[in-house]
Design a protein. Structure first.
Lengths: 122, 196
């Protein structure tokens, strides 16, 4: 019966394996390409080129759009801001201070004048 | 070289008729290499088309026409590797089936001494495919290029862009693994033969 040591494959196997590879080479000769090999290849090349063109066109469109948007934003920011803001720009305390500010001395005087007018009649 | 350097230069500059001539010259050889690398005749043309498609779109990256063939082999190896990775085989099952297959081969051989050449080729193909299933896709391709395609270490170094010593080590390890699988299969055959 055949004995085999898995850890040390001998020279006979080496030679047999080399022979087997050579036989494999003979068993699988270069195949003849089908008649439509080249036409099919060109179809694929053209399809890939068309896809590449579309991707380039889209990419160029995106770049142009991004440049236009950037330009618009730049122009908008560069314009002087004359309009009234739609948003509150003052704090609540500032508004209160503006309404109930330090008493106007003229108002105080008016009160005193009124009192002076009423006293003699009493 | 199967074509003139001048033709490669023209193709690189975008001459489609020059590229067609290159395809015409190399397609048979490349299809043969692919057939032996992937071991599936039904998919050889598709992988071959992928090779020439990739080559067309990468030709402008070729530095000089002198390195065209290693470049073409490199593209072929990458396409074959991608194919094998996509169609990863169930190696465990294949290896488990190996001894059974060998037993059947031994039975067939014992039953009839006269074998058709095609049957013999088929058996060789099945056996080598099974053995190469014992190693990774990358090693399978490397070993096939060396042992079956007959490329030299120098040529392989150009294709893989690594030094020859590193390739030697990788090849040695891959071959040892295949050898082990082969020894195992032969033991199974001998065992089956001994039962008769």
């Amino acid at each position: 019966m055949f004995r085999h040591d898995h850890d040390a494959p001998n020279e006979r196997f080496e030679a047999a394996l080399s022979h087997l590879f050579a036989q494999y080479r003979e068993a699988l000769p270069d195949p003849e390409p089908s008649p439509d090999f080249t036409p099919r290849l060109w179809q694929k090349i053209e399809a890939r080129q068309s896809t590449n063109r579309q991707v380039k066109w889209l990419a160029r469109g995106f770049v142009t759009a991004a440049a236009a948007v950037s330009l618009l934003i730049g122009v908008f920011l560069a314009l002087p801001q004359n309009h009234v803001s739609l948003f509150y720009t003052t704090t609540y305390l500032e508004i209160l201070a503006a309404d109930q500010g330090p008493d106007d001395p003229a108002d105080v005087e008016m009160v005193r004048v009124e009192q002076a007018v009423h006293e003699p009649s009493r | 070289m199967l074509v003139e350097f001048e033709l490669i230069s023209r193709a690189r500059e975008g001459d489609d008729s020059a590229y067609s001539q290159i395809v015409q010259a190399y397609r048979k050889r490349i299809l043969g290499t692919i057939a032996r690398l992937i071991g599936r005749p039904e998919d050889v043309e598709d992988v071959g088309q992928e090779v020439f498609l990739r080559l067309y779109f990468s030709l402008d990256q070729l530095r000089t026409p002198e390195v065209f063939e290693p470049w073409l082999y490199r593209v072929t190896v990458n396409a074959a590797y991608d194919y094998l990775r996509r169609h990863r085989r169930r190696r465990e099952a294949r290896m488990a089936d190996l001894s059974e297959k060998q037993v059947m081969m031994a039975d067939a051989a014992a039953g009839s001494r006269r074998q058709e050449a095609e049957q013999q080729h088929k058996r060789v193909r099945e056996l080598v495919d099974s053995l190469l299933g014992a190693i990774s896709e990358q090693d399978r391709i490397l070993l096939s290029l060396k042992e079956i395609e007959g490329l030299s270490l120098k040529e392989l170094a150009k294709i893989y862009h690594v030094n020859e010593n590193a390739l030697k080590v990788r090849l040695f390890r891959a071959r040892q693994r295949v050898l082990k699988a082969y020894a195992g299969s032969q033991a199974a055959v001998a065992h089956a033969g001994g039962r008769e």
